[in-house]
Design a protein around this ligand. Structure first.
Ligand code: FES
Length: 87
């Protein structure tokens, strides 16, 4: 489990092992834009301000993956205890 902090909204949300970041936020009434929810379309692309994302998508290029400044919250997770998003 890890924490996502939404910098623009000024709130935090715990993501449990069995749920995606999108699902955890939905449970709190926050709807990120999504379409495929399988990490392939790029609709949910979100900027990462701090923390290292654990990429699980099939959308980002290797360079984008390594830059670590954006991720796909419908499938990807966090390597760090806290991931701060521009959302
Ligand atoms: Fe398609 Fe996340 S909704 S990549």
């Amino acid at each position: 489990r890890f924490l996502v902090r939404l910098a623009r909204r000024g709130l935090s949300c715990t993501v449990e092992p069995g749920q995606s970041v999108v699902q955890a936020l939905q449970a709190r009434g926050i709807a990120l834009p999504v379409a495929c929810e399988q990490g392939v379309c790029g609709t949910c692309l979100t900027r990462v301000l701090a923390g290292r994302p654990a990429h699980r998508d099939a959308y980002l290029s290797e360079a984008e993956r390594q830059a670590g400044d954006c991720f796909l919250p419908c499938v990807s997770r966090s390597l760090d205890p806290v991931l701060v998003l521009d959302a």
